[in-house]
Design a binder for this molecule. Sequence first.
Ligand code: UDP
Ligand code: MN
Length: 263
Amino acid sequence: YVPTIYGITPTYARLAQKADLTRLSQTLMLVKNFHWIVIEDSETKTSLVENLLKESTLKYTHLNVKTHKSKHSTVMDVNICVFKTETITTSWYCASGVEQRNVALNWLRGHLKDSDDKRGAVYFMDDDNTYSLKVFDEMRKIKKVGVWPVGIVGGMRVEMPLVTDGKVSGFNAVWKPFRPFPIDMAGFAINATLFLLHPEAKFSRKVQSGFQESEILKYVTTKDDLEPLAENCTKVYVWHTRTQKPSILNPKKLKHPPLPDDH
Ligand code: UDP
Ligand code: MN
């Protein structure tokens, strides 16, 4: 028996989107029993993402929800990030992917309720990270919540849980080490059943940047319950890589031969 892994990936339109999603989808095609939940940050589903998913061999669910950042947004906190850049930590309330991940979790709850097999692991995946196939083998061992190191994040080569006698005893984080769970989104996965047991578990716009991980984890685990994986958190199987924003000269004016509309 190989538990299903539900990968939850928010994504948004930008120059490198198709490149990032191509790289990620072709990694995921090598993972057994994987279900990719892709949520576009857009008013409507795009043909770029739709075609990419169709052309993959992946089992997938394609959703969309737009993050509203306008002045008239009902999500009032977002305005704070729009207007203050110097006075407080930038992007204090500007976490990306909040609404998208919540929509995915609600879809997942409905899906699990309807299916005989309620087992599985839930993994929140940025579309521009780098994933070793080994990280997926690790998360299939999870009972409740598994954790492991993440490379190139939080100002460190590796941010990782510290392990004593097979239990998580602390974290080596230097960026906001006072976070309840000072761990990156790529550094943990959660037993899917816990989202049925905790229907209230969700991400929130009301927390400061870097606290999204702590926000979701607080519903489903305590520090004492964390299960250290990747050889007691001594191995790095995932990296928080970030694709550099490309600079294209005069993107509208350059003459191209005809391109498909989702190039
Ligand atoms: N994202 C999104 N809408 C946005 C910005 C980001 O849906 O306006 C997605 C993005 O595609 C990624 C995740 O949210 O899958 C995290 O964003 P990003 O990788 O930019 O965050 P960082 O790695 O810089 O912390
Ligand atoms: Mn990223």
